[in-house]
Design a protein around this ligand. Structure first.
Ligand code: IVH
Length: 660
């Protein structure tokens, strides 16, 4: 077991730290599987640093407080060349004009963290807190794969504290926000909030589901008797040798001129990084010089942050539109005179909720300052009050839904106003779009434009109506040719094969995202059981919190929703987890299809498999046995290949079913 832990640790380092894996994912999975097997049979021998312990402890009530070994200070900020030159002059003056070298590091927009290793094992992780006392988030940081649970024994670090930044990659944030939007949840405005919100979760499983990463930049403490490396540059090297992820974009230079050059060259280059960089941190390289320079009351004198100016522009706030979402939430949206900010044209920005509009004091017709931080959603910062003419209008959040005219109410303690009418066309449309989306039922070809027409023409009133659509219903619609209409009908009909967890997700229950739906489906097994489950029963499902439970109960207690579920059941949608035992010759075998088949439509082939006792799934995972590939296969093919699955073409598939 210890050997396997070593091997897996080695491959984690290759994969997560060096970006240079030396075995395939499949081989890696085999190692983990073998370890899991051994641990199952010898639970008393599970090593604390075992990779299977990344998510171990259950949720906590609150985070215990921990005192930092060394105060965790922040940094003074600077915004101009002039300020940096002054800082450099002061540093050199205080050091009596000695030679000074600087290390320049990207300043990642995330959350500072202090991690303690004892005898090479990760024992604690804490947030900055007030600098002296932080929160113990050990269980949560253990879920971040790039943070080693054990230091590489080839390195020299054994018992030490290191510090760094926990961050959410820009792509990860975009994806997370997309999912949150789908689940009707509030979006994260920037990577820092997202990282903080994800790390400070009482249930480590939630943290584990978020795409967090980490880069370390400070060796803050070493056990007495150990020689601290003489420079920051060396500290980084020592950390790296011990398997800690440091930033490959750190640079050492010997003058402030070179610092300024570096800052300039990264001004645009930083946009290409996978994480958001809001500036650079400049540190005196020599630790001995750092100690002589010391601290002011709050910041080190030996380091400074330079912040790139945010990308801002002023433009006119033409209107404040009100968007009605899937859950009926009314969101004010700034309609802006299009303006280019950092290479992107911005013409709208969410204003989140009515309080936000009031807080910012925005009026329609105002000139406003708009900011785009990296790749993230543009924000209206403030109105330019000086430019007011008196023609501007106050914004009033409507108390009736702008789409259907029903009452829009705001519950006590909620920031959001919602349209109470579940049949509101805006809500119906959003629910349909969600239902058909790739992550949900994946009805290719059914997007916003078609959904608008279907609802406006009265062809579809809820997602259940999709399944009684016929080709001629689509023929009169705009931009729908004969071939397209048959493909669309085919896609809708095909979607009845989607697994139960997808159906559950596709229903669009508030706060029930993809992962929650999977967990629920797995645990509760059928729609009936979920419908009948009490609050207590639902709460017992790990990873399902009170808010989710409340939302599920509300959904299930609404007769309209039950009617819809009945309609979907009739249409043949799965209302329970796949049966594992059917007795057919393909019993227990899981098939996945990708691409078009020549001899029959895909749905027919899938029905054939099911009639022989096999199961159909639509996402490549460990449980898949056969991947049947037709012409022009999609991404599932690539994924299956990387996972080393049994792949067969149409001919091989036909032979297999013929033999049975
Ligand atoms: S050094 C006393 N290095 O920026 C030294 N901080 O504005 C303090 N940060 O709280 C930290 N990248 O969370 C340092 N390469 C880097 C950094 C960095 C991001 C964060 C850190 C700190 C904040 C200060």
């Amino acid at each position: 077991m210890s050997e396997l832990v070593d091997q897996i640790g080695y491959h984690d380092e290759k994969y997560y730290i060096e970006d240079n894996p030396v075995i395939s994912d499949y081989e890696y999975d085999q190692l983990v599987k073998e370890l899991q097997e051994l641990e199952k049979n010898h639970p008393d021998l599970i090593l604390p640093e075992s990779p299977t312990q990344r998510v171990s402890g259950g949720p906590v009530e609150e985070f215990p407080q921990v005192e930092h070994k060394v105060a965790m200070l922040s940094l003074a900020n600077s915004y101009s060349e002039e300020e940096l030159r002054e800082w450099d002059a002061r540093v050199r003056r205080l050091l009596g004009d000695e030679k000074v070298e600087y290390v320049i590091e990207p300043k990642i927009d995330g959350l500072g963290i202090a991690i303690v290793y004892e005898n090479g094992l990760l024992v604690r992780g804490a947030t900055r807190g007030d600098g002296k006392v932080g929160e113990d988030v050990t269980q949560n940081i253990k879920t971040i794969k790039s943070i080693p649970l054990r230091l590489n024994p080839k390195g020299t670090l054994r018992t030490a504290e290191v510090r760094g930044e926990i961050y959410m990659p820009v792509e990860g944030l975009r994806e997370l926000n997309r999912k949150r939007e789908e689940a009707g949840e509030q979006l994260f405005a920037n990577p820092r909030n997202a990282a903080a919100g994800s790390l400070r979760q009482l249930d480590p499983k939630v943290t584990a589901s978020r795409p967090l990463d980490a880069i370390l930049y400070t060796l803050s403490w070493m056990e007495t008797g150990n020689q601290m490396p003489p420079t920051q540059d060396k500290c980084l090297e020592v950390m790296k040798e011990s398997g800690l992820r440091t930033n490959p974009n750190n640079r050492k230079v010997d003058s402030i001129e070179k610092v300024l050059e570096h800052i300039d060259s990264w001004r645009t280059k930083r946009e290409e990084l996978e994480y958001q960089v809001d500036g650079v941190v400049i540190k005196v390289d020599s630790i001995e010089q750092q100690q002589r320079l010391g601290f002011t009351s709050k910041d080190p004198r030996w380091a400074i942050a330079y912040k790139y100016p945010p990308q801002q522009m002023t433009t006119k706030l033409l209107d404040i539109a009100v968007h009605v979402g899937r859950t009926g939430a009314l969101t004010p949206v700034a309609v802006l005179e299009p303006v280019r900010i950092g290479g992107v044209t911005v013409s709208s920005a969410t204003l989140h909720n009515e309080d936000e509009v009031t807080r910012k004091g925005l009026r329609i017709g105002d000139y406003v300052l708009v900011e785009r931080a990296g790749e993230v959603i543009p924000q209206v910062v403030k109105p330019i009050v000086e430019r007011r003419t008196g023609e501007e209008r106050e914004f009033k959040m409507p108390v009736a839904c702008p789409v259907c005219g029903s009452k829009a109410t705001r519950d006590e303690g909620e920031a959001v106003r919602r349209c109470v009418n579940a049949s509101c066309p805006a809500q119906v449309k959003e629910r349909l779009i969600h239902w058909c989306s790739r992550e949900a039922m994946d009805c290719e070809g059914v997007g916003p434009s078609l959904v608008n027409q279907l609802v406006d023409k009265g062809l579809v009133k809820d997602v259940g109506d999709l399944y009684s659509l016929e080709q001629q219903d689509l023929m009169g619609l705009e931009r729908i040719a004969e071939k397209t209409s048959s493909n669309i009908i085919e896609a809708i009909k095909g979607s009845v094969n989607a697994d139960f967890d997808r159906v559950l997700f596709a229903l669009g229950i508030r706060h029930v995202g993809r992962t929650t739906a999977q967990v629920l489906a797995e645990k509760m097994e059928s729609m009936d059981r979920i419908h009948r489950a009490t609050v207590e029963e639902l709460s017992r499902t790990e990873g399902v919190g009170q808010i989710v439970v409340k939302a599920i109960r509300e959904f299930m207690d609404n007769p309209q929703n039950l009617q819809l579920i009945g309609k979907l059941r009739k249409a043949g949608l799965k209302m329970e987890m796949g049966k594992r035992s059917t007795g057919g010759p393909l019993e227990g075998k899981v098939f996945i299809f990708t691409g078009e088949l020549e001899s029959m439509p895909r749905t027919e082939a899938q029905a054939l498999v099911m009639s022989l006792g096999g199961r159909i799934t639509d996402s490549v995972s460990k449980s898949v046995d056969y991947v049947v590939v037709g012409s022009e296969p999609g991404s599932k093919y690539e994924k299956a290949r990387s996972m080393d699955k049994t792949i067969m073409n149409e001919r091989q598939f036909l032979e297999l079913v013929k033999k049975k």
